[in-house]
Design a protein around this ligand. Structure first.
Ligand code: GLN
Length: 536
């Protein structure tokens, strides 16, 4: 395609309607037709990035290859498309303002009054267009966070209005709304949709396609009604009803012809519909499991499943790959004590200790590691989970009773987990961790190597603390080895206990790289170990 087409996805009526999944599904369908597609998320909050947000606020923080701390929707984009995103794919109001204010301080505006229009909107437009100009994608899908009518999203909608004017038929707006069902009268109601489209129109933007989120099928009559009230063709009003898994949504959107509608509106003749064979084969395995396993996830944010989004999804991918249904029980690390540990973990056939920050719940995590190690239960520790495995081993096998991480005890005498050298001078919190992809070399014959089946790997990181190499010999002699090491800095990236059935801790976050078509080798191998163990 000669010119990049820009598709904007807005949301009305309520938040959490699944704009990210609709965007990712459309991208998947266009990608399957051979187009190059990328997705961008614009977030209307003032944090410069979600890295400083507590997971309770906004769910998991997703990390890209280039080390950007981003919205969890970028995880969906990567899992659906199997291509990497970057810093450019997630922009917040905070970042926009930070850039504009930096330019103002530099004097770039030559004495002009700096205003929302045009300066903030220009910066938003630049950030949208950059994806089309730098990489020359066929389609850039930009999801506007929040709900139409919010004060925060006004500059974004205004930027969309301006871009539509500038780029004319190279742009398209998809508006996602809710059609609620009133049980008392047994009716689907379209009024909230009419109002949200009206709000969008008041802000100067006419949507081209409406996606109606619903719990019940939308009748022809309702489509006609919505089309008439909202100035949209009836065939461009489609429904998105609730499905069992988000991975069904591309198939549903294909049935509703979302990709064909988009192409037709851009004046592109849609060729034969893509068959999505690998995707359907994944769904088939997911929906027809041959085995079932129980995994306990021990973490401190378990009340909010979105806090462990990528881990949950990585399990779904690994489960399908192993044709295994995975039941995850979420165990609050603060509830795990000497007294409760065995009871809470008694049905766990595999244990995962989650990433995290700070002291809260740390003892429960260490007890869960101990339980997995002593009872020979397959174990995966991620980031803080790996650090807990190191502390547990130091305390209970090496008999270093006061062993700890410097994060938990600043004055610790046996800091088996140390603050990284380059972190010692850092005082600011935002974007200052060791972030993004780093290489790692695996020890041949180790369980990690058996999972990856290659020596050189690259994984994404998000941490300040690390394994303290001055203890490495003690650990190896006692049976916990470093099976993955950064070839440049010698940082320990993977530990494992070779005598255990399957016990691996990783300093990085494998979950960020698991996708539908490339399930992560460590998760696949972990689940395989659990299945094999159960079938013995
Ligand atoms: N708090 C630990 C560190 O900063 C672990 C971080 C994590 O689990 N992502 O090193």
């Amino acid at each position: 395609m000669t010119t990049t087409k820009y598709i904007f996805v807005t949301g009305g009526v309520t938040s959490s309607l699944g704009k990210g999944i609709i965007s990712a599904s459309l991208a998947k369908l266009l990608q399957a037709r051979g187009y190059s597609v990328t997705i961008q998320k614009l977030d209307p909050y003032i944090n410069v990035d979600p890295g400083t947000l507590n997971p309770y606020e906004h769910g998991e923080c997703y990390v890209t290859e280039d080390g950007a701390e981003t919205d969890l929707d970028l995880g969906h984009y990567e899992r659906f498309l199997n291509v990497h995103t970057s810093q450019a794919n997630n922009v917040t109001t905070g970042r926009i303002y930070q850039d504009v204010i930096t330019k103002e301080r530099r004097g770039d505006y030559l004495g002009k009054t700096v205003q929302i229009i045009p300066h903030i909107t220009d910066e938003i437009k630049r950030r949208i267009k950059i994806l089309g100009t730098l990489r020359k994608y066929d389609f850039v899908i930009t999801e506007i966070g929040g709900t139409v009518g919010d004060i925060e999203s006004l500059p974004y909608i205004e930027a969309v209005r301006q871009l539509r004017w500038e780029l004319k038929n190279q742009t398209l707006v998809i508006h996602l709304t809710l059609v609620p069902y009133l049980a008392a009268t047994g009716e689907l109601k379209t009024k909230p949709t009419q109002h949200s489209v009206k709000t969008l129109q008041e802000e100067g933007v006419q949507p081209d396609i409406l996606v109606l989120r619903t719990e019940h099928p939308i009748s022809d009559e309702i489509r006609t009604k919505v089309a008439n009230f909202c100035n949209v063709q009836k065939e461009d009003v489609i429904e998105s009803h609730d499905v069992k898994t988000i991975y069904e949504v591309p198939i549903e959107m294909q049935k509703e012809k979302l990709d064909e509608i988009v192409l037709r509106q851009f004046g592109i003749e849609p060729k034969k519909s893509p068959d999505l064979i690998p995707w359907k084969s994944f769904l088939n395995k997911l929906n027809n499991p041959k085995h079932e396993v129980n995994i306990a996830l021990v973490g401190k944010y378990v009340e909010l499943k979105d806090a462990y989004k990528s881990i949950n999804e990585a399990f779904i991918h690994a489960g399908a790959e192993n044709e295994t249904k995975i039941n995850i029980s979420y165990i609050h690390s603060e509830n795990v004590s000497e007294e409760t540990c065995a009871e809470l973990l008694k049905s766990a056939e595999g244990i995962i200790v989650a990433p995290g920050f700070g002291h809260r719940g740390i003892n429960g995590k260490i007890l869960a590691v101990k339980y997995a190690r002593e009872n020979n239960i397959p174990f995966l520790g991620i980031c803080l989970g790996m650090q807990c495995a190191v502390i547990e081993f130091a305390r209970n096998v090496l008999n270093l009773e006061d062993a700890n991480s410097l994060e938990m005890d600043r004055k610790c005498k046996n800091p088996v987990i140390n603050l990284m050298e380059e972190q010692k001078m850092i005082t600011e919190k935002g974007g200052t961790m060791r972030l993004g992809a780093y290489p790692c070399k695996l020890v041949k014959g180790s369980n990690a190597y058996n999972a990856y089946k290659t020596i050189e790997i690259s994984e994404r990181h998000r941490h300040r603390y690390e394994f303290n190499n001055s203890y490495l010999d003690m650990f190896s002699e006692a049976g916990m080895i470093a099976s993955g090491i950064n070839p440049e800095t010698q940082l320990v990236e993977i530990i494992e206990i070779p005598s255990h059935k399957w016990f691996i801790g990783v300093q990085f976050h494998p979950e960020y790289k698991s996708t539908v078509l490339a399930p992560h080798p460590l998760f696949v191998s972990f689940i395989k170990a659990v299945v094999n163990n159960n079938n013995r």
